[in-house]
Design a protein around this ligand. Sequence first.
Ligand code: G3H
Length: 541
Amino acid sequence: MSVKEIIAELFIAESQIPEAFRLEKELHQSEYLCNGQMKPWNGDRHTVLSPICIKTANGLERKVIGSYPICGQKEADEALEAAVKAYDNGRGEWPTISVADRIACVEHFTHEIIEQKNLVVKLLMWEIGKSHADSVKEFDRTIEYIYATIDSLKELDRQSSRFEIEQGIVAQIRRSPLGVVLCMGPFNYPLNETFTTLIPALIMGNTLLFKPPKHGTLLHYPLLEAFKKCFPKGVINTIYGRGSTIVPKLMQSGQINVLTLIGSSKVADELKKMHPKVNRLRAILGLDAKNAAIITAKADLKLAIQETVLGALSFNGQRCTALKIVFVHRSLVDEFLKGLTEAVAQLKIGLPWDQGVALTPLPEPNKPVYLKECIADAEAHGAKVVNPGGGESLESFVYPAIVYPVNDKMKLYTEEQFGPIIPVAAFDELEEPIQYLINSTHGQQVSIFSQDKDELAHLIDPLVNQVSRVNINCQCQRGPDVFPFTGRKDSAEGTLSVFDAIRSFSIRSLVATKLNDSNKHLLNEIVDSHSSNFLSTKYLF
Ligand code: G3H
């Protein structure tokens, strides 16, 4: 069967949806969490259309899976007020309770959300078209991340549970919260990436405004009760609605202390500039990337092809870490394109619940049109789609296109396509891809493929100063989550990892005094009476 014929059979009728993956009912969210209460919402709603189309009498239609509130400025202001009040200039219950108590709340929350796993996994599949296997992986990885964060914070707290004496000054140094955090996650990892900022921010004692991503909102609905139950009121508040309408005023209020966003650098830049006192705003951002693969003449071609497929097409290329352009030494390019074409043809097209599926429908309604534009633009500048069926689409599904030869006149050379296109360029001298990285506005990661130690060493040294992770003979990726995840230029601000995130969302504070008998006595009395949560030598097991 041709790609066109396979795609034509992709979508099924309502009655053919496997029982195990059906949503029991449409999920219409008519409430939102603010100041410890689920507040009713009777205003406008956003209808959630799945990327999965259904065959109907009227042709293919995106399945309606539910709706969520489109709140306005009033609700956003209320949420901000609740978070500001819960923080209470650092005097609120949450920023002042002990680390052990905050950990207990997060543990309680984790037990509660594990109960919701099946529903959240199904919603991931229906809302963003992620395969069942990857949706389960996203949920499990999130839970592991929370537990690892707890362990990391315990370790940090243990190190801080002692006094330090230097030059006649005794001090206890701990990390304190920063204030009110505005947290916005991306659609491609709506649970995992949101929680890799939200959980560290929470556990460090900050209070939050949480705006779920446009695609991937409903899957957070089953978790709201757990937020409400496990944290003091006002510590976590949800905001819904059009970001461009409600977020500017929040930033302009000057009451947001931390902006954490996994999304576009353009949006992040605009939002930061809206804060009246930029020096008071900390930003922890995971932004755009255009990670390149460099396949040298000395590469193991089979391995390079295998990793390119994984790197460029996992979750249909919708990963910030995806390989978004591939530079291949001219001597290998024909063989590479042949092998890549064969490897792409092996990938299974299907719906998220299909066993072994690799390519699924895309959640962003405008993405198929944008990808077509990218391909047409490349063709207009001399490239071709080299794989059979490349770029064929039906509604929300786009079949991967290998586009060659890509040059600097094309959108695909610089734009982050965030979809199933693999742009390939040939090079003669290694200096060419190095110059590409130097001139790129992005600086997240690179993958280099070579079996020659000298060649690798010659590339590693300049490239670690261009990007934040150099991957050797493997695709780019964020994990393991204990490794630092960041980027240069327009790709990130701040560093995330289990270890780094708890530091990113806090600041060091210390209590210090001159070491004399009177002060020694006072400190001992405070510690012995357990009257301060900060000045304490309690050891967290
Ligand atoms: O969208 C970007 C994600 O951080 C990528 O994570 O490399 O584990 O897929 P990943």
